[in-house]
Design a protein around this ligand. Structure first.
Ligand code: BTN
Length: 243
C-alpha cells in the first residue's frame, strides 16, 4: 500500500484526485496530511481541524465493474470500517449518522467525504476522504463536534491509528468485491444513529418537522415515519437531522 505523507495541502481528496488524473497512483493509494488548508466536507461545507492533532486522509478505491446506482454500498462499507475501528478502541456509544458521519453519543467525531469518479453510468473509482478528530480537545464554534481524546481521556498515536483504520478499510472493501451486500446493509442499519427514536428534521426551506428514522433504502435514501404515520424517503440534499 502506497502512503503519501504530507505536512500540508489544501485537501487530501483534491491532492489524490490530481494524482488519479495523472494516472500515477494505484488502487488503495493513501494521502495523509498533518494540515489541510482548504479541507472539504459534505454539501460544500469546509472541514477545519487543528494542525497535527487529527487524522485527515484520503484513500483511492478502484470501482470498475460497479454501476453508479450501487454507490451507497461503498458508503456503508466505509462507514462500517471506521465504526469497527473505533469500537475496537473502546470509544463509547459509536453510531453511524446517515449517511456517513461517525458519532460517539450525540457528538460527531468523524466525517467522511466520498467523491466518485464516473464514466457514463459506471463508477471508475472513488476517493474516500476521512477526517477523524483524535487528540484535539476544543472545537470552538462547533458544539456538536468531539474527539477520541475527549471521549476516552486517552492520547492516540496518529500513525498507529491510521494503520488500524487502513487495515479495516482494506478488509471491509474487499468484502464489497466478494459481494456480501446484504450483510453490509444489515450491519449498517443496525448501527444507525437515532434509529427508532423520535427526531427533529429540517427540510430545504428551513421548516422543521418530527419523525422517526426507520432505516435507509438500498439506494441510500433515509426512510422516515412522519407524524401522520406516512413513510417518506429523503435524499441527503433534502433533509437535515437536527436532534
Ligand atoms: C463531512 O462530514 O462533512 C465530511 C468531512 C470529510 C473531511 C475529510 S478530511 C480528509 C479529506 N479531505 C478533505 O478535504 N475532506 C476529507
Amino acid at each position: 500500500m502506497e502512503i503519501i505523507k504530507l505536512d500540508a495541502t489544501e485537501s487530501t481528496n483534491s491532492y489524490l484526485k490530481e494524482l488519479v488524473k495523472r494516472n500515477t497512483v494505484q488502487d488503495f493509494a493513501v494521502v495523509v496530511a498533518k494540515t489541510q488548508t482548504k479541507g472539504r466536507g459534505q454539501m460544500d461545507s469546509s472541514w477545519q481541524t487543528e494542525p497535527g492533532k487529527n487524522l485527515t486522509f484520503s484513500v483511492l478505491k478502484e470501482m470498475s465493474g460497479f454501476t453508479l446506482d450501487k454507490h451507497f454500498i461503498l458508503n456503508m462499507s466505509v462507514a462500517l470500517a471506521v465504526y469497527n475501528s473505533l469500537k475496537s478502541l473502546q470509544v463509547p456509544r459509536i453510531k453511524i449518522k446517515w449517511p456517513n458521519d461517525i458519532m460517539s453519543g450525540s457528538f460527531k467525531i468523524c466525517g467522511i467525504l466520498i467523491e466518485n469518479i464516473i464514466s457514463g453510468t459506471d463508477l471508475k473509482s472513488a476517493i474516500i476522504g476521512i477526517g477523524l478528530n483524535v487528540n484535539q480537545i476544543h472545537f470552538p464554534g462547533n458544539p456538536k463536534a468531539s474527539s477520541l481524546k475527549n471521549k476516552t481521556q486517552k492520547d492516540f498515536d496518529l500513525d498507529e491509528l491510521l494503520h488500524a483504520l487502513l487495515q479495516n478499510l482494506k478488509s471491509g472493501l474487499s468484502n464489497l468485491e466478494i459481494g456480501s451486500t446484504h450483510e453490509i446493509y444489515k450491519e449498517y442499519q443496525s448501527n444507525l444513529f437515532r434509529r427508532g427514536v423520535a427526531s427533529t428534521f429540517q427540510n430545504m426551506n428551513g421548516s422543521t418537522f418530527s419523525g422517526i428514522i426507520l432505516g435507509v433504502s438500498k439506494e441510500g435514501m433515509l426512510l422516515v415515519q412522519l407524524e401522520n404515520d406516512t413513510l417518506q424517503q429523503f435524499d441527503i440534499k433534502e433533509i437535515k437531522l437536527l436532534f
